[in-house]
Write a protein that binds this ligand. Sequence first.
Ligand SMILES: NC(=O)c1ccc[n+]([C@@H]2O[C@H](COP(=O)([O-])OP(=O)(O)OC[C@H]3O[C@@H](n4cnc5c(N)ncnc54)[C@H](O)[C@@H]3O)[C@@H](O)[C@H]2O)c1
Length: 322
Amino acid sequence: MGLKKNVLVTGGAGFIGSHLIDYLLSTNQYSITCIDNFDNFYAPFLKRLNIKPHLNNPDFTLIEADITDKDLYLKLDDHYDVIVHLAAKAGVRPSIQDPVLYQHVNVVGLQNILEIAKRKSVKQFVFGSSSSVYGVNPNYPWKESDTELMPVSPYASSKIAGEWIGKTYSRLYDMRFIALRFFTVFGPRQRPDLAINNFTRNILNDEPIDFFGGGNTLRDYTYIKDIVTGIVSAIQYHKTGFEIINLGNNKPVTLSHLVSTLEQILNKKAILNKLPEQQGDVSVTCADISKAKQLLSYNPQTKLEDGLKLFIDWTNKMAKSF
Ligand SMILES: NC(=O)c1ccc[n+]([C@@H]2O[C@H](COP(=O)([O-])OP(=O)(O)OC[C@H]3O[C@@H](n4cnc5c(N)ncnc54)[C@H](O)[C@@H]3O)[C@@H](O)[C@H]2O)c1
């Protein structure tokens, strides 16, 4: 037991966090503490379902708390080998409606968790950043070495701030900080606000889907299993003290292609509600993943169509269970 690595996962009941925890516990090599406040950005009961299988596992501890709570450290009595910080207000468009809240949770919240890391001398910190930091940068595929970030939403700028705050802590303290820039993650349990989940539900329910920007926007969809593999490599990475690494798929597809693939798998036509491009949205996301390949042996395996089938299987199972 003593040989297990203690990992603190914030936002561990969410989409990405719960998949990460499933994997780490399945290896029997990790003890997990999960912090989540089950916020109401989407239905908290979905998050409770995500972690339910682990509630009786002696290697799993759930702490219901807010990452912005200054006294949070009082609730954490263990030593942690690694912190994986995934708790955040996610979503580009809602950040334009409530930028102060996004700043508070994503920046002050991160800083609070970094202070806990400092107090507890945690040596390894993995941060869930986002492809949105590149914004409208036209130099595709996006490379981490491109310093010209052109964010177009408060969410994106909160993630840039997070990367810089992490860089500062890695310099000031003996703490490795790895920022992973995730590119539109999809798969079972995907956040209901994200396109694939929203489109699938609406097509199945004969409801129109909001089809923004004419269908030519490109997204580099990345399957959750590939993302988890990348995060696990970052947990184990032990070379340099600070890195920013893209975790994408390097195979962007158009919105029209996404919708037609969903139509084929569901064997049903979508009703399109055509709308202009939204403020905060970018027209292309595309990751250069050579750095992830080199540092993390990252090599995404899941094709869009296969990942969509797995997602739709899960959606059907969920629909039957209610
Ligand atoms: N899903 C994607 O495509 C994507 C892309 C880029 C970056 N990210 C980042 O990855 C991380 C995880 O995203 P996700 O898609 O799993 O989102 P999610 O909303 O499913 O998970 C986030 C979790 O954090 C929790 N949380 C929110 N505010 C909190 C607070 N104040 N205190 C404690 N817990 C809090 C939520 O309850 C939720 O369970 C986020 O940081 C997000 O910005 C996600």
